[in-house]
Ligand binder design. Structure first.
Ligand SMILES: Cc1cc2nc3c(=O)[nH]c(=O)nc-3n(C[C@H](O)[C@H](O)[C@H](O)COP(=O)(O)O)c2cc1C
Length: 399
């Protein structure tokens, strides 16, 4: 049957063309409590929203007739060659998105010439991820106590991780009310309402119970429901680090033989301290808007942080709100060496496990290449702030 030239017999689901499509498809597959865990943010979600809005405040200044064909996306982070300037951010309990969680993500990153940063609160252990991958990935540490930190660092090094990223914006858990409302906790609670919501997603629930890949396996042994509950409580007991200081960070840096990064920098003062300590890198991050609400959008503070670090050898990475290749190019033009994505790859994971994460990385690669070609920039290394200008609606003129 034809109508207006369209063949109505083949009604295939629409293709997933971009990260937003993956986000919608992932939402349909996940129970409400998991959706809230992934998508939610702190308090009034101001920072979560700002992270995205910040990218709309810049527009491009394309150059014509530059003869740019296939732009160069290769770079290095922590001395490791990467085929594209996008890494997979550390994400706790990624087994909630899909039971193959960290293993699928790390394998997808490897297939696409980049790296996955394994969270302390991962659903697969450091050793399991190492066994399932060929290359050394990166490890993110929540250094709760000296003993836990030392043990995790030793395990990470022995498993082949050569980059350590300490997350420093988690002195306590942010207030995520959506998680509490849907029963995600902490700790998770099984009410009749939660049970009903889980029943609406039998495939997810079956796989979660069968594979038991929800707990933070580096910290909890076991795989049953009680371990899953326990594992979310762990975020308070083991991951919060209210007493951590710059001295402790210096100690951790001296203990770790490889490259050392700190994640969660939002001010030039802290960026300066990190560079003065001789850290190899910082991640400009507000934890995806999940910790302190009304902390600034990461893109907004990037320029002042780049200035504060100056020409010291401290690499600057950025995360928060990256959903498009244009976002990546804007962050790089403002001085980031590479970016991290969190939720975008969880959407890929939820939709199609390793293949889904690979596809999300492919989409971003295609979008970055297209953006650079249209911008007339032959390589990510040629990008400078001169490729951007403030968007007129929000720029200096209108303020
Ligand atoms: C579900 C979820 C869990 C996270 N868990 C961790 C974690 O264990 N360690 C960490 O350093 N950051 C964690 N983050 C923050 C991410 O590393 C990253 O900073 C953030 O997701 C970037 O924002 P985006 O999701 O908009 O890309 C988590 C983020 C999400 C969405």
């Amino acid at each position: 049957m034809h109508a207006f030239g369209f063949d109505l017999r083949h009604r295939r689901p629409p293709p997933l063309l971009n990260v937003h499509d993956y986000e919608c498809a992932a939402r349909r597959r996940l129970p409400a409590m998991v959706r809230e865990y992934i998508d939610g943010g702190a308090d009034d979600l101001a920072t979560l929203t700002k992270n995205r809005e910040a990218f709309t405040r810049w527009e491009f200044r394309p150059r014509i007739l530059t003869g740019t064909q296939k732009p160069d996306l290769a770079t290095t982070v922590a001395g490791i060659d990467l085929d594209l300037p996008v890494l997979l951010a550390p994400v706790g309990l990624s087994g909630l998105a899909h039971w193959r969680g960290d293993v699928a993500a790390a394998r997808a990153a490897e297939r696409r010439g980049t790296r996955h940063i394994l969270s302390t609160a991962s659903s697969w252990t450091i050793e399991e991820v190492a066994a399932a991958t060929a290359k050394g990935h990166f490890f993110q540490l929540y250094p709760h106590s000296g003993e836990t930190a030392a043990t995790l660092m030793k395990r990470a090094w022995n498993a082949g991780n050569r980059m350590m990223m300490v997350t420093a914006d988690y002195p306590m858990r942010g207030n995520r009310e959506g998680e509490r409302r849907t029963g995600m906790g902490p700790p998770p609670v099984l009410t009749p309402g939660t049970a009903l919501r889980l029943c609406r997603h039998p495939a997810w629930t079956y796989r979660a119970l069968r594979h038991g890949r929800i707990p933070a396996r580096n910290l909890v042994e076991g795989s049953g429901v009680s371990a899953a509950v326990q594992s979310v409580e762990i975020q308070d007991r083991h991951l919060s680090q209210s007493t951590l200081t710059w001295d402790d960070l210096g100690w951790l840096r001296d203990t770790w033989p490889g490259r050392f990064y700190v994640k969660g920098v939002l001010t030039p003062e802290d960026a300066d301290k990190a560079a003065a300590l001789g850290l190899d890198g910082i991640v400009v991050s507000n934890h995806g808007g999940r910790q302190l609400d009304f902390s600034p959008a990461t893109l907004d503070v990037l320029p002042e942080i780049v200035t504060a670090v100056g020409n010291r050898n401290t690499e600057i990475l950025l995360d928060g709100g990256i959903r498009r290749g244009t976002d990546v190019v804007k962050a790089l033009a403002l001085g980031a060496r590479a970016v991290l994505i969190g939720r975008p790859y969880l959407y890929g994971l939820a939709v199609a496990s390793e293949k889904g994460v690979t596809r999300v990385l492919d989409i971003l690669r295609e979008e970055i290449e297209r953006t650079l070609t249209l911008l007339g920039a032959p390589s990510i290394h040629n990008l400078t702030p001169t490729h951007l200008r403030p968007s007129p609606q929000t720029g200096e003129d209108d303020r």
